[in-house]
Design a binder for this molecule. Structure first.
Ligand code: NAP
Length: 353
């Protein structure tokens, strides 16, 4: 039996994870957590709403932590698992983006595995099969381009949260859906890939593939490129992470090649500046990815609340990044302070936007 602590159990990933756990005889929930939604309908020996997730994890003693919390709030659980050598099935990309160097240091000490749940990173992980270093030429992260692919800036001036929440290929929680519309999601994934696979930024590309069938690919030094294909359904990477290295059955039909359209294009980084801002923040390193993430969380929340126009999201993030100092991030306290100060600065930038 593999004991799974599921954090963010009431969300989009959380609900699909419960389906996977229930269908697999060797998986069982040992703890579930949400931010505020009741958990009464989920069978689990331990349940927690809000509060300190690491206390729950201490009591649960899981074999694997599936971190499906949204946002920086997932940071403590990510570090808890890495520090203790407990397998981390990582959906909560924000924690690895914000805490990259600290997370890798914790993993080095703890010796645990990071099993990506993000579909692109699961795809890369599967294509790599443990290969790394000089064998890799480059990674290509694919993205659908979101609901506004092909639009001009003028056409994005008045878009509403409802329109931005209409994702063409994936059904996800509201924050990541807005991130997909701005391409911030691809920006976060770029930084996530850098930390997960140790590949420098200039060797991580982003390509738009509108039907989300190709989940990413790896180019190797011998000229071979291995891609991962499948229908866009998060149950596949969730199942892979929870049952790794087994490839457990899922309810998905086999891929029908005759029905596929596979077209690729470069992302439009002028209309959607969040991707280029992420690359800058990633390359700068230190506190910058944490600043990018925190400012984005504030801007997205303001957009969803109707307080900020869509096109002002990258303005707020860009201004906050430009104004941020070069604060060292030596430990978690430093990082929490960067996150706190950035949120305050981004609130100030909102007021001016
Ligand atoms: N959805 C996808 O298809 C997908 C794909 C790739 C990656 N991801 C990543 O997976 C993560 C979750 O995404 P999602 O779409 O599942 O989000 P979601 O539907 O909004 O769910 C978020 C979950 O996190 C919980 N939560 C929020 N703050 C919390 C806190 N302080 N303590 C404990 N739990 C908290 C929420 O609880 P409440 O119900 O109480 O709010 C909810 O269960 C994100 O990092 C996202 O980027 C998602």
């Amino acid at each position: 039996m593999r004991r799974v602590a599921l954090l963010g159990a009431t969300g989009s990933i959380g609900r699909q994870a419960i389906e996977i756990v229930e269908a697999h005889p060797d998986l069982e929930l040992c703890a579930v957590a949400s931010g505020s939604t009741p958990l009464d309908d989920i069978a689990s020996p331990l349940r927690q709403i809000g509060g300190d997730l690491t206390e729950l994890l201490d009591r649960a003693e899981p074999d694997v932590v599936l971190n499906a919390v949204v946002g920086f709030a997932g940071i403590h659980a990510t570090l808890w698992a890495l520090e203790r050598g407990v397998d981390l099935a990582l959906a909560n990309k924000e924690s690895l983006v914000a805490a990259g160097d600290l997370a890798l240091a914790a993993q080095e000490r703890g010796g645990g595995r990071m099993l990506p749940v993000d579909s692109e990173h699961s795809a890369v992980f599967q294509c790599l099969e443990g290969r790394g270093g000089e064998q890799i030429d480059s990674l290509v992260l694919t993205g659908s381009g979101g609901p506004f692919r092909g639009r001009t800036r003028a056409e994005l001036e008045d878009v509403t949260p409802e329109q931005a929440l209409e994702h063409p290929t994936w059904r996800m929680g509201p924050k990541i859906t807005i991130d997909s519309a701005t391409l911030a999601n691809k920006g976060l994934e770029l930084i996530e890939a850098h930390f997960l696979f140790g590949v420098p930024y200039d060797r991580i590309e982003v390509a738009i593939q509108p039907t989300s069938i190709v989940h990413s690919l790896v180019r190797f030094r011998d000229g071979a490129a291995l891609a991962h294909l499948g229908y866009p359904d998060m149950r596949v990477p969730i199942s892979y992470a929870l049952t790794y290295p087994e490839r457990a059955a899922t309810p998905l039909p086999p891929l029908d090649l005759t029905s596929l359209t596979l077209e690729f294009s470069a992302p439009d980084t002028e209309t959607f500046p969040m991707l280029a801002l992420a690359r800058e923040a990633g390359e700068k390193g230190g506190a910058a990815p944490c600043v990018y993430n925190a400012a984005n969380e504030i801007a997205v929340a303001a957009f969803l609340a109707g307080r900020l126009p869509f096109l002002a999201i990258p303005e707020v993030v860009g201004e906050t990044l430009a104004a941020a100092g070069d604060n060292p991030v030596r430990d978690l306290d430093d990082l929490l302070e960067v996150d706190r100060a950035t949120r305050a600065a981004a609130e100030g930038a909102l007021a001016a936007a």
